[in-house]
Design a protein. Structure first.
Length: 508
């Protein structure tokens, strides 16, 4: 084999992204929380970047108020508000009404002082405003103890022999957030300390199940979890008759899950009414007892924009919320130091780089806001029917269409809608939801997949629950509404909407 080296000339065109452009796209794609974290990092690392001083804004407000007060005094004239019966003094009434609305706050302040006093007070109030970020931190609930820590605290109060106590402490580490001990018994024994036996582990499991609160913890499966809760209820209330519920859980749980109530009736001799009543009672028990202790509070969503209806313009308008994102500015002191000739070169070079980074970050955040708002405005126009009529009117909206309309790349649109949320009169929705494919109805109208799912849910909600519609029947019902989709698509949409099959939906 022969290996040669050589030089060759070739001309081609390639797109290379500058580091600044890559970082700008990252800023655009960030969710609100991630952007806030990024800003905090930049504030900590870049001395030339600082938060906007609220006192500056307060000074501007105070100056405006003082000017307004001076203008009011200069333009003051006597108000003549008499009625001669001919309505000739209507202008005076209107002027009085306007002044009352415009200067009501000033007049309240001037009841105890001059306009200048009011301006000074207003400026002081703005200067002394509480920091919004500190308020948010103060109002955030303290993080609760983990499920493991809570169970361990309970277990330490149980009177158990040393080996059983050690085995229970070991087993608690395997209880998942639902409260179940699902790990295979052989794996538990293999990983346990060598001096613990299978009998020790079994005794510890029994004691855990009897001691821990709420009942049902440390169960190996749903059947055992429900039986533990039923037995705990019977111990607490010996007069409670839960024999039917215990029989159904112990011997017929699979039939209950599949809604095979007639089979249970034939096997047990119970009536459908008795079985239905017992199943209704079973719904009071908790299939995931660990969640009553574990902190599984869903993450709060901060909308990136709020959509409101403007009656005068007959249109939906949006404005960005900016969440808790602080307003940034360039430090005037460091800018002055960097421009002074007396500053040594090394310091000037360092500050120059930091100033460029600060300006870029502020520009990138402004560009992010501008792009996001432009994309949202296109969505408001394209999906007007959704805001007027609801999810059933959602239309297909490809990102390429929005990109072409705005003159930007489709990847930019994709990044702009990533993890962004809209607060609308119909609720909070992910912005990405408004971009989807769809199908054409028989009358030639386009309908988004989400709108088809909404129609499917409507049909299922309106069905006769004693004789629910099969997937084939749902296909025919949607055809009557002009929507032609396959049975397998119906099944897929049912799963996405957490709607069970026809047999499981049937009510006896």
């Amino acid at each position: 084999m022969r290996i040669d080296t050589g030089q060759h000339l070739r001309m081609d065109q390639r797109m290379k992204l500058a580091p600044r452009m890559i970082q700008s796209m990252e800023i655009l794609q960030m969710a609100q929380a991630a952007l806030e974290e990024r800003i905090e990092q930049e504030l900590a690392s870049n001395p030339t970047l600082e938060l906007e001083d609220p006192s500056d804004a307060a000074d501007d407000i105070a100056a405006d108020l003082q000017q307004e007060a001076r203008d009011a005094r200069e333009n003051e004239r006597e108000l003549v508000v008499t009625d001669n019966g001919e309505g000739q003094n209507a202008d005076d009434f209107e002027r009085l009404s306007n002044l009352a609305e415009e200067y009501s706050d000033d007049w309240k302040a001037n009841a105890t002082g001059s306009a200048d006093d009011f301006s000074t007070y207003h400026a002081a109030a703005n200067t002394g405003e509480r920091d919004k970020k500190m308020d948010a931190m103060a109002n955030t609930a303290a993080r609760s103890a983990s499920l493991y820590d809570q169970l361990l605290d309970q277990w330490h109060l149980v009177d158990a022999p040393p080996r059983i106590a050690e085995a229970g402490e070991y087993l608690i580490g395997f209880i998942d957030n639902d409260g179940y001990l699902r790990t295979d018994p052989k794996a538990l024994l293999d990983q346990a300390p060598h001096h613990l036996t299978a009998e020790d582990l079994e005794q510890a499991i029994d004691l855990l199940q009897q001691s821990l609160e709420p009942p049902g913890l440390a169960a190996r499966d749903l059947r055992e979890c429900l039986l533990l809760q039923i037995d705990a209820r019977r111990r607490a209330d010996p007069d409670a008759d839960l024999s039917t519920e215990r029989l159904l859980v112990a011997d017929h749980l699979k039939d209950i899950e599949a809604n095979r109530l007639p089979r249970i009736a034939r096997t047990t001799g119970l009536t459908i009414e008795q079985i239905t009543h017992a199943i209704h009672h079973l719904r009071q028990f908790q299939p995931h007892p660990g969640r009553q202790l574990a902190d599984d509070t869903p993450r709060a969503i901060t909308p990136d924009a709020i959509v409101e209806y403007d009656e005068q313009a007959d249109a939906y308008v949006a404005h960005l919320t900016h969440g808790r994102t602080p307003n940034l500015q360039i430090s005037a002191d460091y800018t002055r130091i960097a421009s002074e000739k007396s500053t040594d070169k090394k310091t000037r070079d360092f500050l120059g780089g930091q100033l460029r980074n600060a300006r870029w970050l502020i520009d990138a955040i402004e560009q992010r806001s501008s792009t996001l708002l432009r994309v949202i405005n296109v969505v408001l126009t394209a999906q007007r029917d959704f805001f007027d009529l609801g999810p059933q009117a959602l239309k297909p909206l490809p990102m390429t269409q929005v990109a072409d309309q705005l003159g930007i790349h489709v990847a930019t649109v994709s990044r702009a809608v990533n993890e962004k949320y809209l607060q609308t009169p119909r609720g909070i929705f992910p912005l990405r939801m408004f971009f989807s494919g769809g199908a054409e109805t028989e009358d030639g109208q386009s309908m988004a997949w989400a709108a088809i799912q909404a129609r499917l849910e409507e049909v299922i909600n309106a069905e006769d629950k004693s004789n629910p519609l099969s997937d084939e029947a749902l296909v025919e019902e949607l055809k009557k509404k002009g929507i032609d989709i396959a049975r397998r698509t119906i099944a897929k949409y049912r799963k996405q909407l957490n709607i069970p099959s026809a047999r499981q939906r049937r009510e006896y």
